[in-house]
Design a protein around this ligand. Structure first.
Ligand code: PLP
Length: 453
C-alpha cells in the first residue's frame, strides 16, 4: 500500500476512508457513495481540503477551535511537555505540575466558589463524572435516595452511556439504551413550541416544568438538574430571558444541585469566560471541554464548588471514579497555554467587539431572507430558523431537516462550513474571526440560502 499522506489523490483517500474508517454519527454506507471531503490543513478560521479549496470554518471544527487553527505556541507547549513528562497519572497519591497549574487557573477563572476541578478527556466523560459526583454527594450527606437527575429534551451532553442518557435526543437513546434515573422536561424553544405565548411567558412555563417534575418524582429523590445555558447541538436555542432565573429559583428552593454544561459556551464563546456569567446562573458544577484546549488536545472536566468538593473530598471512603488520562500532563499543558493565549490576546474582548454590533447587524439582516423565520445570536454563537411561512412559524412539510440539509450542502459547495440541525442553520466560528472574515461568512451564507430556497 502507498504511504498514506496528504499527497495521495483525493479519490484514493476517500476509498481508504470508506474501507476502514467508521465515522461518528454517520451512516458509513451513504458516506462511501458520496465521498467525504478530506481536510488537510488549517490556519486561523480557514481550512484547506485535498483539492486545494480554502474553506471558511463557521463551526470552529466541532465548536471547539476557539483560538483558531495553526497556533504554534500550542504545538510548542505539547512538545515541551512531552519531552519533560509525557505521561503520569493523578491516581494513588501522585500529581504533577501541569494538572496542578491548570486546576488552579480554572479555579481563578471560574465564577463564585467553583474552585475544584476533576479532569476527563472529553465533555461526555466529564458528564459521566458529574452523574457520579452528584450521587456520591447525596450518599455522603445521608440522602442516598436522591439519585434522579433532571435534564431537557433536545439537550446534548455527549454520547457515552451517561452523557447520552442525560441528553434528550431520542435517536441517541435508541442507539443502545439509556441509563436509569434520568428524567427529561421540555426545552425552552419558543419559536418551535411557544404557540401564542410571549417568549417570556413560555420561558417561565418551561422552567416551571422543572418544579412539576421535582414534585412528580419526589423532592427527596432528585439529585440535580443539568442544562446547557444555550442548547448547542439542539440548534443554538437561546432561552427566553425568564428561563434561567426561574430554573435557579426552583433549584435553590428544593436544594437541588445545578450542573451547567458549558462544553460549548465556555471559554469566551458568549463574550464572557463562562455563559453562567452571561446569563447570571450560579451553578454547583460546570462541565467543560472543547474550548478548554481549543481542540488541540482532548481534555474536559468538571469545575466543582467548595461545598460539593469538600463533602466528597473529606469522606472516609474514596470517590471511586477516574480515567487513565484525567489531568493528562500534555493535554493540561496545552490547555494552560490556550488559556494564556485567550487572556493575553484579549480574545474575549475581541468576541464582544466583533459580535455586537458588527456580526449581529449582518446576522439579524439574514432574517429578511424569505426562508429565515428567526435569527438568534449570543456572542459568536448563532442560529437561523428556516421556515416556509414566517408569520405562522410553519415547518417545512418534507422530511424534517431536508431544507437544512440542502442549505448545508450549498454552504459546503460555497466553501463555508455551517451546520444544520433539522431546519436550523448554526454558526460558532473560531473566536479570532475578523470583521473581513465575517463579511465572507455572511456573503457565502446568503448565497447558500438563495441557492437552497
Ligand atoms: N456537552 C455539550 C453541551 C456538548 O455540546 C458536547 C459535544 O458537543 C458534549 C457535552 C460532549 O462532548 P464530547 O464530544 O467532547 O464528549
Amino acid at each position: 500500500m502507498n504511504k498514506i499522506t496528504n499527497h495521495l489523490p483525493t479519490a484514493e483517500l476517500q476509498a481508504l476512508d470508506a474501507a476502514h474508517h467508521m465515522h461518528p454519527f454517520t451512516s458509513d454506507g451513504a458516506l462511501a457513495k458520496k465521498g467525504v471531503r478530506v481536510i488537510t490543513s488549517g490556519q486561523g478560521v480557514w481550512l484547506t481540503d485535498s483539492e486545494g479549496s480554502r474553506i471558511i470554518d463557521g463551526m470552529a471544527g466541532l465548536w471547539c477551535v476557539n483560538v483558531g487553527y495553526g497556533r504554534g505556541e500550542l504545538a510548542d507547549a505539547a512538545a515541551r511537555q512531552m519531552r519533560e513528562l509525557s505521561y503520569y497519572n493523578t491516581f494513588f497519591m501522585t500529581t504533577h505540575v501541569p494538572a496542578i497549574a491548570l486546576a488552579a487557573k480554572l479555579a481563578e477563572l471560574a465564577p463564585g466558589d467553583l474552585n475544584h476541578v476533576f479532569f476527563a478527556s472529553s465533555g461526555s466523560e466529564a458528564n459521566d463524572t458529574n452523574i457520579r459526583l452528584v450521587r456520591r454527594y447525596w450518599d455522603i450527606k445521608g440522602q442516598p435516595e436522591r439519585r434522579v437527575i433532571i435534564a431537557r429534551k433536545n439537550g446534548y451532553h455527549g454520547s457515552t452511556m451517561g452523557g447520552g442518557s442525560l441528553g434528550g435526543m431520542p435517536y441517541i437513546h435508541a442507539a443502545g439504551g439509556k441509563i436509569d434515573g434520568i428524567e427529561h422536561i421540555g426545552q425552552p424553544h419558543w419559536w418551535a413550541e411557544g404557540g401564542e405565548m410571549t417568549p417570556e411567558e413560555f420561558g417561565l412555563l418551561r422552567a416551571r416544568e422543572l418544579e412539576e417534575k421535582i414534585l412528580e418524582v419526589g423532592a427527596d429523590k432528585v439529585a440535580a438538574f443539568i442544562g446547557e445555558p444555550i442548547q448547542g447541538a439542539g440548534g443554538v436555542i437561546v432561552p427566553p430571558s425568564t428561563y434561567w432565573p426561574e430554573i435557579q429559583r426552583i433549584c435553590d428552593k428544593y436544594g437541588i444541585l445545578l450542573i451547567v454544561d458549558e462544553v460549548i459556551t465556555g471559554f469566551g464563546r458568549t463574550g464572557n469566560w463562562f455563559a453562567c456569567e452571561t446569563f447570571g446562573i450560579k451553578p454547583h458544577i460546570i462541565t467543560i471541554a472543547k474550548g478548554l484546549s481549543s481542540g488541540y488536545q482532548p481534555i474536559g472536566g468538571s469545575i466543582v464548588c467548595d461545598e460539593v468538593a469538600h463533602v466528597i473530598g473529606n469522606a472516609d471512603d474514596d470517590f471511586n471514579h477516574g480515567y487513565t488520562y484525567s489531568g493528562h500532563p500534555v493535554a493540561s499543558a496545552v490547555a494552560l497555554e490556550n488559556l494564556r493565549i485567550i487572556e493575553e490576546d484579549g480574545i474575549i474582548d475581541h468576541v464582544r467587539d466583533v459580535a455586537h454590533p458588527y456580526l449581529a447587524e449582518k446576522w439579524h439582516k439574514l432574517g429578511d431572507h424569505p426562508m429565515v423565520g428567526q435569527t438568534s445570536l449570543v456572542g459568536l454563537m448563532g442560529s437561523l430558523q428556516l421556515t416556509p411561512n414566517k408569520a405562522t412559524r410553519a415547518k417545512f412539510a418534507a422530511k424534517p431537516g431536508t431544507i437544512g440539509f440542502r442549505t448545508r450542502e450549498h454552504c459546503f459547495r460555497n466553501n463555508l462550513i455551517m451546520r444544520h440541525v433539522y431546519d436550523r442553520m448554526i454558526i460558532s466560528p473560531p473566536l479570532v474571526i475578523t470583521t473581513e472574515e465575517i463579511d465572507v461568512l455572511i456573503d457565502r451564507a446568503t448565497k447558500s440560502l438563495d441557492a437552497a430556497y
